[in-house]
Design a protein around this ligand. Structure first.
Ligand SMILES: Nc1nc2c(c(=O)[nH]1)N[C@H]1C(S)=C(S)[C@@H](COP(=O)(O)O)O[C@H]1N2
Ligand SMILES: [Mo]
Length: 201
């Protein structure tokens, strides 16, 4: 069976070649990618909001957020610019802890993640409920660095990494799907790396 150079490298590193989505290459380093500048964050004024199709909207301070139950898990990340990194361990709060507090309405079917400076990303609510999703404060055992989204980033499994908003400030539940920042620029709404859903056209 033909294997390209990227797959060969994955095998040489001791992984199943099928673990690498088509058109991607494996990187050991963790590249930094975002639009705009790294925001300056003051934890004293930072807050996190859950809004939209919920029984009760919620605003949490940094201390409130860190009092929520925590979990961690390991997964692969895939950027649409073609790098993939395997086995990144994220630690933070799972959406289920927030869902209990806000109680989504039956109309809540989609999510808009809101980050600093107006960055947004949209997913169906099922991706937030996925056991591998996370509102992450740590990666690989350390607090997130500013360039990787400190103090809080979203981690959405099974999608290109642009859905995983860095510098996350809120989750909005919506009844209908609303394209986020990259989706409005022509990136694919569904963004499944194994289907190579890179661009909408
Ligand atoms: N707030 C914000 N989050 C963002 C982005 C961005 O521009 N702004 N870029 C996305 C893209 S395209 C990728 S690949 C990942 C990169 O995360 P990293 O820099 O931690 O690797 O962040 C995503 N989250
Ligand atoms: Mo990306």
């Amino acid at each position: 069976m033909f294997r390209g150079r990227a797959e060969k490298k994955v095998m040489e590193a001791g992984y199943e070649p099928a673990r690498l989505p088509p058109g991607q290459y494996l990187t050991e380093k963790w590249p930094v990618l975002h639009a705009g500048a790294i925001p300056a964050t003051d934890l004293a004024t930072w807050d996190f909001r859950v809004t939209g199709e919920v029984e009760s909207e919620l605003t949490l301070s940094w201390d409130d957020f860190n009092a929520l139950p925590r979990t961690s898990h390991t997964q692969d990340i895939h950027c649409v610019t073609r790098w993939s990194r395997f086995d990144v361990t994220f630690e933070g709060v799972h959406w289920s802890a927030l869902e209990e507090l806000v109680q989504p309405l039956p109309s809540a079917r989609f999510v808009v993640a809101h980050a600093e400076q107006g960055y947004t990303a949209n997913v169906p609510i099922s991706f937030l409920r996925d056991p591998l999703s996370l509102l992450a404060t740590h990666a690989d055992g350390e607090p997130l660095t500013p360039e990787h989204g400190w103090p809080l980033r979203l981690v959405i499994p099974g999608k290109y990494f642009w859905k995983s908003a860095k510098w996350l400030r809120g989750i909005e539940l919506t009844a209908s799907d609303r394209p986020g920042f990259w989706e409005r620029y022509g990136y694919h709404n569904d963004a499944d790396p194994f289907e190579e859903e890179r661009y909408a056209f």
